[in-house]
Ligand binder design. Structure first.
Ligand SMILES: NC(=O)c1ccc[n+]([C@@H]2O[C@H](COP(=O)([O-])OP(=O)(O)OC[C@H]3O[C@@H](n4cnc5c(N)ncnc54)[C@H](OP(=O)(O)O)[C@@H]3O)[C@@H](O)[C@H]2O)c1
Length: 282
């Protein structure tokens, strides 16, 4: 039995791990919210890891407000870089495996084919920079690490694009959604399964990419949401190739997922199939 501490328990991925962990009886998961395990409080983190005799940490906690990060870079770096560095150091001192979740936004989007794990990073905004620096610290400090980059997360919990679209449709709003970015929407439920499997099977340490398969734009994602919920006729959905946001985002951030697929020896399903499960749960 492995003792696993999950940070960011009230976030969308944290809650998805709580839902999915029942299928992994060999893993004993302990869920910590910010109040019990704050990335900005190293002594508190060290105490919590001792208290629960932790073998591995799944770090889902992060500063995730991409646009707001441009206005308060200190907050983003304090959590995503300094906090993660402290966590990696404490884990290394205590021989604890660290699985750290990172993002497609570490890439600059200039590629025209899916990003491999070793493709050079080059984030465009503060959020991506703070996550990139966090990754570098994890890799440098704790050899027993997994860095799992993922993209365009949505699921049954917390705030995400799917839930925003459903709410706007309910309000009868007409929607203009951007075609400017291409990526792979990823279910937090499928990501949770993959993270738990990596730890359960003691996969080789290193960097992995996980997303659902296929790619689309935010407009294509919205269209599929309204198709699956039978609202396409009702919602006035238009597309734009311009959608100014505070933070720059990569125009293309599809991740190559072959490595994790081969490691887990299980095919990853399409983003449309994964979406259907989440819509069903909602
Ligand atoms: N969302 C996406 O589209 C996306 C895409 C790619 C990668 N990711 C990465 O995936 C991971 C999970 O994302 P998510 O969407 O589940 O995020 P989320 O829903 O925003 O949850 C993040 C959680 O982190 C917690 N947190 C923030 N600062 C903290 C601190 N100093 N100490 C401890 N906890 C803190 C938050 O707690 P409070 O509830 O108290 O604020 C929140 O519960 C993150 O690493 C993110 O960078 C996300």
């Amino acid at each position: 039995m492995k003792n696993i501490l999950v940070t960011g328990a009230s976030g969308q991925l944290g809650q998805s791990l709580r839902q999915r962990c029942t299928a992994f009886p060999q893993l004993n998961l302990h869920f910590c919210q910010r109040a019990d395990f704050d990335l900005e409080q190293p002594e508190q983190m060290a105490r919590a890891l001792d208290q629960h005799s932790v073998d591995a940490v799944i770090n889902t906690a992060a500063y995730t407000a991409v646009d707001q990060a441009e206005k308060e870079p200190d907050r983003a770096f304090a959590i995503n870089t300094k906090g993660v560095t402290d966590l990696a150091r404490i884990c290394a001192q205590k021989d604890i495996v660290l699985l750290h979740v990172s993002t497609d936004y570490v890439f600059n989007g200039a590629s025209d084919k899916p990003y491999l794990e070793d493709h050079p990073t080059g984030p465009l905004g503060i959020y991506g920079q703070s996550k990139q620096q966090g990754e570098l610290a994890v890799a440098a400090i704790n050899p027993a690490h997994y860095i799992v980059r993922t993209s365009w997360l949505y699921g049954p919990y917390g705030h995400n694009f799917l839930k925003t679209m459903l709410k706007l449709a309910e309000q009868g709003k007409s929607l203009t959604i951007t075609t400017e970015q291409t990526g792979s929407p990823t279910s937090t439920l499928d990501l949770a399964d993959a993270l738990l499997k990596l730890i359960e099977m003691a996969a080789p340490y290193g960097t992995y990419h996980f997303s659902n398969t296929g790619q689309t734009t935010w407009h294509g994602f919205a269209r599929e949401i309204f198709t699956q919920t039978h609202q396409l006729d009702r919602v006035q959905l238009a597309e734009t190739d311009e959608y100014p946001t505070f933070a720059k985002r990569p125009s293309y951030s599809v991740l190559d997922i072959n490595k994790i697929e081969q490691t887990l020896q299980q095919p990853i399903r399409s983003w449309q199939e994964a979406l259907a499960e989440v819509i069903h749960q909602l």
